[in-house]
Write a protein that binds this ligand. Sequence first.
Ligand code: SF4
Ligand code: SF4
Length: 153
Amino acid sequence: MSEIEEREVIVENPYHTARFKPVRKGKKPPKLIAVVHQSGCTGCEVCIAGCPVDSIELVPGPDANNPQFQQMVEIDLARCIGCQNCSHDCPWETITMYEHNDSFTAWGNETIKSELYMPSSDLEKMNDKNGISLEPESTEAEATESQATETDA
Ligand code: SF4
Ligand code: SF4
């Protein structure tokens, strides 16, 4: 096997699927937004159950053979309505409510999981194990549309 073939391709951990969910309704943003300090998150999942808008997502750790190792949660700021349930429920007091505008800076400093990367081979293993396809649903429709355009031309 050549040196290039042996090199692993590193891809972004895409298991934070909250980004595919619709953002919250209403024009006025909430006064407060929840930010998880991931350095203190144990991945216990307690906060997830109490979120009324499903904005807290469990993200598996980077080892496909042991996804519960280093698992933690992310909070999708675009969905959070600031109800404070999670900050009250977290047994490790690792979720803080920030003023709306400050929350984005805090998120950037405290929520790191989206920046974690894994070898593509591990990602494939994890997908197979969980029966998950990460292909966007629109791909098939786009392909059909593109074929139709080619046929029309
Ligand atoms: S503050 Fe409320 S809406 Fe926001 S993430 Fe926590 S539980 Fe969900
Ligand atoms: S309750 Fe706290 S420690 Fe548990 S998963 Fe949520 S943020 Fe992490």
